[in-house]
Design a protein around this ligand. Structure first.
Ligand SMILES: Nc1ncnc2c1ncn2[C@@H]1O[C@H](COP(=O)(O)OP(=O)(O)OP(=O)(O)O)[C@@H](O)[C@H]1O
Ligand SMILES: [Mg+2]
Length: 268
């Protein structure tokens, strides 16, 4: 068995692929790289009654993996390029082999998969960390569930300027309801719920548009969203609205938050 460990900037994920329908997954919060990797690995071994000698290899990836040298617990330990791992994991989970992947983690990486060729196209520093950081200052919380709960009750029109606020009619293909400027209105009456929604809207609209441009530049219409940012229900809705405007499909595969760890486990 091969175990994939993804030591991300915020969370560490571990995946073991037992069979196509049986992937064992573990998440822990990132502390230092060594504690994260050994802790998450230990949790997986203990909870699943794995024997250490049943593990052939550990494939480690993610920003924190560079801090770990040598083998873990005497098991052959390889380093896997993070972008290659995201590509392999996104391809496996989406079951498609010509895609653009936007991996929304703490930041966002954009990768092209074209058959067996995986290319890191670029990305944006806007990602999950942006939501947490802005919420810390503006909402006095860093708890993700609280931020989402606020945002569900928010009114975006108190925060964002939309096309209808500045023009009497559509501007070309921009309809009156589309965003003209994120946080560009910011009314005095804006509540913490409105601001929470504004933060998530800003984050996902930037990621969505960068993904659209990446996909179009590669003549592709399918963007697979991976990383913890994939299963954010409000984020999904924002990306689906962009789908309608730009004719790009966004896919949200199951287990997308483990895509990097799964891709590492699949790598040779
Ligand atoms: N329950 C949760 N716990 C922690 N973060 C969460 C949770 N739900 C959503 N998030 C968001 O996911 C982000 C982390 O995503 P993910 O675990 O994919 O990143 P990472 O792999 O640690 O970072 P990167 O890939 O950029 O190095 C956080 O910044 C936060 O906004
Ligand atoms: Mg990551």
């Amino acid at each position: 068995m091969v175990i994939g460990i993804d030591i991300g900037s915020t969370t560490t994920k571990v995946a073991a692929i037992i069979s196509d329908n049986n992937i064992i997954k573990i998440t822990t919060r990132a502390v230092d790289a060594i504690t994260s990797a050994t802790g998450a690995f230990g949790k997986m071994i203990m909870e699943n009654d794995f024997r250490l000698d049943s593990i052939d290899r550990i494939n480690m990836t993610g920003a924190g993996s560079s801090k770990i040298t040598g083998d873990l617990f005497g098991i052959k330990t390889n380093k896997i390029d993070e972008m290659a791992a995201i590509g392999a994991g996104g391809k496996y989970l989406s079951k498609k082999d010509r895609i653009i992947i936007s991996n929304i983690g703490t930041g966002t990486a954009i990768i092209q998969v074209s058959g067996n060729v995986i290319t890191h196209l670029g990305g944006t520093g806007v990602g999950g960390g942006t939501i947490i950081g802005l919420a810390k200052e503006l909402l006095k919380t860093t708890d993700f569930d609280t931020i989402l709960r606020y945002a569900l009750k928010g009114n975006i029109n108190n925060v964002d300027l939309n096309v209808g606020d500045i023009a009497e009619a559509n501007i070309g293909f921009l309809e009156k309801t589309y965003t003209a400027s994120n946080f560009g209105k910011m009314l005095d009456i804006a509540s913490r719920e409105d601001i929470a929604l504004g933060i998530i809207n800003l984050t996902y609209q930037v990621i969505g548009m960068v993904s659209v441009f990446a996909a179009r530049s590669k003549d592709n219409h399918t963007v697979v969203i991976t990383g913890n940012g994939s299963n954010n229900p409000i984020g999904q809705k924002i990306l689906k609205a962009i789908s309608g405007m730009y004719n790009i499909d966004f896919d949200f595969p199951a287990d997308a938050e483990y895509a990097t760890a799964i891709g590492a486990a699949l790598s040779t």
